[in-house]
Design a protein around this ligand. Structure first.
Ligand SMILES: Nc1ncnc2c1ncn2[C@@H]1O[C@H](COP(=O)(O)OP(=O)(O)OP(=O)(O)O)[C@@H](O)[C@H]1O
Ligand SMILES: [Mg+2]
Length: 263
């Protein structure tokens, strides 16, 4: 498939023996896996398996009770949310989290927040520098709009767009942060076949052209098998599979838990 000729690098992120519970609910039990630079890793598993929780641990929204997270060579017991963002981890959400009344362009601009150096005071006193910075941000955002082919809707309020396009705008906002590690929580959920094909193409292009490492959660097994280098399988908060798409597809435990029936 399209996953050829790319340079897979050193380990960018590893999670070791992560356990996370909410009261009596064990969302994750002893989970370990790693992601290498430029890789596309898929996390799959039935509803409630702990997939979204895993992304929330990686970007510091949830703090696990046990385990370690090593990102860019630095090991810690938990990731803090602002630290994750500052160190180049961006994500999209299972339920679209955009400002529905704001235009596509303005929503994508919010993805640049962390990159903005000048605050209001600086903007007041050093107008020239602030203006130059603003122009640079706009340029970057226009580049992303171009890349994701959403020029024609740049002024449209997000709430008026069909679902598939809203998902694309959310990807655009995440890309505006110029992430090194992009976490995508079901980027193709609820899309029709054509929209899914487009989204797959964009994900592969992001990975290819920007070298972005990608961890994505996806239920569509066709998509997973097509675009991922490796697949981690969760079931009831435990890891039951980890390998190439072919290895995972032929793993009896995975077939039993997940692939065997409706998938
Ligand atoms: N903030 C929370 N408070 C309490 N329980 C939670 C919280 N977040 C997740 N859980 C629980 O943790 C378990 C794993 O949920 P999670 O959302 O990670 O699963 P998932 O694999 O993403 O499922 P889905 O495919 O439905 O999105 C579930 O039992 C869920 O109810
Ligand atoms: Mg989820």
């Amino acid at each position: 498939m399209a996953v050829t000729g790319r340079r897979i690098g050193e380990t960018l992120l590893s999670v070791d023996n992560i356990s996370l519970s909410f009261g009596g609910v064990k969302a994750l039990t002893n989970i370990s896996f790693s992601v290498k630079e430029h890789e596309i890793l898929a996390i799959i598993g039935p509803n409630g398996a702990g997939k979204s929780s895993m992304l929330n641990v990686i970007n510091g929204v949830y703090h696990p009770q046990e385990g370690k997270i090593t990102y860019k060579g630095q090991t810690r017991a938990k990731m803090k949310a602002h630290e994750a963002a500052q160190q180049g981890i961006a994500r999209t959400f299972q339920n679209i989290a955009l400002f529905k009344g704001m235009s596509v362009l303005d929503n994508i601009m919010t993805g640049r927040c962390l990159k903005m150096k000048s605050n209001f005071l600086l903007q007041a006193f050093y107008l020239g520098a602030a203006r130059r910075e603003e122009i640079e941000h706009r340029r970057k955002v226009e580049e992303i709009i171009d890349f994701l082919r959403i020029e024609s809707i740049r002024k449209t309020p997000v709430g008026r767009l069909p679902y598939g396009l809203q998902k694309r705008v959310e990807l655009a906002r995440a890309l505006a942060a110029e992430p090194e590690l992009l976490l995508l929580d079901e980027p193709m959920a609820g899309m029709n076949v054509e929209e899914k094909e487009d989204m797959c193409r964009f994900i592969l292009d992001v990975n290819d052209e920007f070298g972005t490492t990608i961890v994505l959660i996806e239920h569509d097994m066709g998509v997973v098998m097509d675009i991922s280098d490796r697949v981690v399988v969760l079931d009831y908060g435990r890891k039951i599979g980890d390998g190439t798409p072919d290895e995972v597809r032929n793993n009896p435990e995975v077939i039993e838990a997940y692939l065997g029936n409706s998938h």
